[in-house]
Design a protein around this ligand. Structure first.
Ligand SMILES: Nc1ncnc2c1ncn2[C@@H]1O[C@H](COP(=O)(O)OP(=O)(O)OP(=O)(O)O)[C@@H](O)[C@H]1O
Length: 876
């Protein structure tokens, strides 16, 4: 080594003036150096002052890094250096040079400045490259000395010259003398730089903190963090991952990558939920300091989370993970693709991010809650107004579809029996893509013990079935659910208080538990209201029916108390009545229209043990053929089109009482068969129902037809006739019991005088005479109407005139009433006229229906439609 050192050049002894100048320059340099704070000023000053005394081209200062036994350029001469134009200049500036080679070791060991000719040393093994680089730019000689700090070398000053022999003894002495000051100046600069760096970090954190304090949304957070981290220069970007509500997984929250990557991979990364306990994320969350890890090494360690593979593919190598934590709560992790970390700075940044994240999450939660509450309020307004099923359905469909992107698969309600569940509502369009007949399938009554129904009803807040998982586990319904493309089936019990009232099945990708609970509660109440409302309406209807019967009964009791007629014929009737009243025997009352068949039927019922219950009357002629069965035996909801509610039939209504089948001869054959079965078996099933209902009724039937002839003509079933004809009571026509005409006349005169307020006390004998000589085709009813009308026309206290129908006038009237009439009016008048001719007899032999050649019940319904009442055909 020594051989490389140049001998000090011989020079003349300095003159006193030269010595004085040297002293002055060094003094000035010493003064300047102590004031230097700025890195670049030092070498500029040094060059300016020393060049007044000696010749050299440029200087640099290098610093020793004990960590890896290297020295690195620290201060550069930006003005004088000839190597700045060398192509390897930048490389030299950034390089680290090893301390373990002979050249620098010689410098380290030399206590005084030491110089070398570059050509002697630059090509020696391990010699630092900057020697040759300098040489290539004309530099020939180097003078170096150590810079010391607290007795230890901290670096070197390098002085270069392009003229060999520039470094005289005097020059060396000056450098030796000035080295301690240079050392302390360099130390000051280093300290100053550190201080500046800290200041910078502080002001950076302050800036960041004020930036992030105003962050309220995810996007704002991403922007602030991006700006802040940008200063740390992460080569691959950063990810903020947030702990999900389930507290077991994490999902990316903000992804910011400096390079563009495959969008497919990014989508996969962003939508994933990674288990927290994957061996890496949990380690970071547990670590108080940032964790620097190598992606490749973590994969080798056996961590299988997919994000590591993706990161590897994206070129991430060294990644720092820092937990984002506020107080004792972890919110997530910040991952930075960065090799070197400034731990305090990162921790400062993360503390701020954590607060912002906590704020955002709190904010999100508040606004989500507010949204959910507002939604529930809206829904509640819509749903609670629903009074009918249709209104409820409209409200539910509107809200589910528009606001929640949710489909109603099925809503079942528990039946009154508490055992069965009936479909109440479902979305017919939902399973359009499925090949099964969903409507048929869903219309099934199931029991509350059915596997899925039982599970849901037993659960506290319902169940969630993941469609994919259900498919794997072989749930047969899941095939159907899959056709909708929605991910989950949410199934909840509908409850009012503690009572299960049904189940609801909703298909959706995601539903918040609060919303689910809320809508279920609202729907439950709405359904309970609707059911209660339906029940109320049904009760109301039943009460109305019962009320009608009651009124009728009161009317009849009044009538019955005075059945008029003491003649022999009627005596026979009374005998038969008293014989049969007490028993349960079926009675068949026969007689022409208006002879009092219904009156007798009620009298039998009212003297029977069943008298405390209402007698139920069915007019077989007045029933439309298609409704006879449902009228008699009732129907279940949905039994046929239009059967909106369940209906109780007349037989069920008359249970434990008497059913009076008026005009039994008019009953169609099909209904006769059903009636026969009910009479024989004493039990019935409602239409569309499965349940058998036992009934105990006493039957009284009446007809003005000759049933024997009807049987012969094939219009009446013989077996039914025998069942009904157990105890026949024939009623005589009024013309055959003229002895009863007078008492009946008095009875009606008194009744209608009272009703109309006219005081008719007497009936003229000629009137009785006239009445006795008439044939009374309409029997007692005709007499009753005649008296009622005559009373209205009577002028004094005696009934002197009655208006018995005169058939001779009929033709004249006919011509008059045909002119200027609508078809309906003509039809109405024609029917009235025909009824008059038949003395009000509507059906049966010699009746109006007979003359008009239409069935009795058709005539009945026509009369109803045209508003024809008895008053019309018993008037003149
Ligand atoms: N013996 C009687 N005493 C008092 N009123 C009677 C008597 N017979 C019949 N009436 C009255 O005559 C009217 C017709 O009687 P009811 O309706 O019982 O006859 P009906 O034979 O059933 O007639 P239809 O065959 O047309 O149904 C009723 O107002 C009834 O009160």
């Amino acid at each position: 080594m020594k051989s490389a050192k140049l001998p000090p050049p011989e020079i003349a002894a300095p003159t006193p003036a030269a010595l004085e100048q040297e002293r002055r320059v060094l003094l000035e340099l010493g003064n300047d150096i102590t004031r230097v704070r700025e890195k670049n000023d030092l070498l500029t000053l040094f060059g300016k002052r020393i060049k007044q005394l000696f010749y050299f081209t440029h200087t640099i200062v290098t610093l020793i890094d004990r960590k890896d036994e290297t020295y690195v350029p620290f201060l550069l001469d930006n003005e004088g250096s000839p190597i700045r134009s060398h192509e390897r200049y930048q490389e030299m500036v950034e390089a680290r040079f090893s301390l373990n080679e002979p050249f620098i070791q010689a410098v380290l060991q030399a206590e005084e400045p030491i110089s070398f000719l570059l050509e002697d040393i630059m090509d020696k093994p391990k010699s630092p490259a900057f020697l040759r680089v300098n040489y290539e730019k004309g530099v020939r000689e180097i003078l170096m000395t150590r810079l010391m700090k607290e007795g230890q070398p901290m670096g070197f000053i390098h002085i270069y010259s392009d003229k060999p022999g520039s470094f005289s003894n005097e020059f060396r002495n000056v450098i030796k003398g000035i080295a301690p000051q240079l050392s302390s100046a360099v130390s000051n600069i280093i300290k100053n730089e550190e201080l500046l760096k800290k200041e910078k970090e502080k002001s950076f954190l302050l800036d960041f903190s004020s930036d992030i304090a105003s962050v309220r949304t995810k996007d704002e957070l991403a922007r602030a963090v991006r700006a802040a981290l940008g200063k740390l220069n992460p080569p691959g970007g950063f990810v903020i991952r947030r702990i999900n509500e389930d507290n077991t997984t994490m999902s990316p929250y903000v992804y910011d990558l400096s390079k563009t990557h495959d969008p497919e991979i990014l989508r996969a990364l962003e939508s994933a939920r990674y288990p927290i306990d994957d061996g890496l994320q949990n380690r970071i969350l547990d670590s108080a300091i940032p964790l620097l890890f190598n992606v490749e090494r973590e994969i080798q360690r056996g961590i299988t989370s997919a994000y590591l593979q993706y990161w590897k593919g994206m070129g991430f190598k060294e990644v720092v993970g820092i937990r984002l934590r506020n107080g004792e709560t972890n919110h997530g992790i910040l991952f930075l693709d960065i090799g070197e970390i400034n731990i305090p700075l990162l921790q400062g940044i993360c503390a701020q991010i954590s607060i912002a994240l906590a704020n955002i999450m709190a904010n999100e939660q508040i606004s989500k809650k507010q949204e959910e509450q507002a939604f529930l309020l809206d829904f509640s307004n819509d749903v609670t107004q629903a009074r009918t099923k249709l209104e409820l359905q409209t409200a539910i469909f509107r809200v589910l579809d528009k606001t929640l992107h949710t489909k109603l698969a099925m809503l079942r309600v528990i039946d009154e029996d508490g055992l069965h569940m009936l479909p109440f509502m479902f979305d017919r369009t939902l399973f359009e893509n499925a090949k099964v007949d969903f409507e048929k399938m869903s219309a099934h009554r199931i029991t509350i013990d059915e596997t899925y129904a039982a599970q849901v009803l037993a659960s506290k807040d319902g169940l969630v079935f993941n469609v994919e998982e259900e498919l794997k586990s072989g749930n047969a319904y899941a095939q159907l659910w899959k056709t909708t493309g929605l991910k989950n089936m949410y199934s909840l019990p509908l409850r009012v208080g503690d009572k299960n009232i049904g189940t609801i099945w909703l298909l959706a990708n995601r539903l918040s538990p609060l919303i689910l609970k809320g809508i279920c509660a609202q729907i439950s109440i709405a359904i309970a209201n609707i059911l209660a409302n339906e029940k109320l309406l049904a009760y109301k209807k039943q009460l109305e029916v019962e009320n009608d019967y009651l009124k009728e009964q009161i009317k009849t009791i009044y009538n019955f108390s005075e059945i008029i007629g003491g003649g022999e014929q009627m005596q026979k009737v009374y005998r038969l009545m008293s014989l049969v009243a007490d028993s349960n025997t079926t009675v068949l009352i026969l007689g022409e229209t208006g002879t009092g068949k219904e009156l007798i039927a009620r009298a039998i019922h009212n003297t029977s043990p069943r008298k405390d219950k209402l007698m139920v009357k069915v007019n077989c002629a007045a029933l439309p053929a298609n409704l006879i069965e449902s009228e008699l035996f009732g129907h279940e909801r949905g039994a046929f089109t239009g059967a909106i509610d369940r209906r109780i039939g007349k037989f069920e209504l008359g249970n434990n009482s008497t059913v009076f089948l008026d005009e039994i001869g008019e009953l169609p054959l099909e209904a006769q068969a059903k009636l026969l079965r009910v009479i024989q078996e004493r039990e019935l099933e409602r239409l569309g129902g499965k349940q058998t209902i036992k009934i105990d009724v006493r039957l009284i039937a009446a007809t003005n037809r000759n049933l024997e002839e009807e049987v012969k003509a094939g219009r009446f079933r013989a077996d039914l006739y025998f069942r009904l004809n157990v105890f026949p009571i024939p009623l005589p026509p009024l013309r055959d019991r003229s002895e009863d005409i007078e008492p009946l006349t008095h009875f009606f005169v008194e009744k209608y005088s009272r009703n109309t307020g006219r005081k008719i006390k007497k009936v003229a004998p000629k009137v009785i005479q006239q009445l006795r000589s008439y044939t009374w085709p309409g029997n007692v009813r005709e007499l009753e109407y005649l008296i009622e009308r005559s009373i209205l026309l009577a002028t004094n206290g005696t009934l002197e005139n009655v208006y018995i129908p005169q058939h001779a006038d009929a033709e004249k009237k006919e011509q008059a009433f045909l002119l200027n009439r609508s078809l309906e009016e003509v039809e109405r008048d024609y029917i009235i006229e025909t009824l008059k001719r038949c003395a009000g007899k509507i059906s049966g032999a010699g009746s109006a229906a007979d003359l008009l050649k239409i069935p009795g019940n058709t005539l009945h319904s026509k009369m109803k439609k045209l508003g024809i009442t008895k008053a019309d055909y018993f008037s003149n």
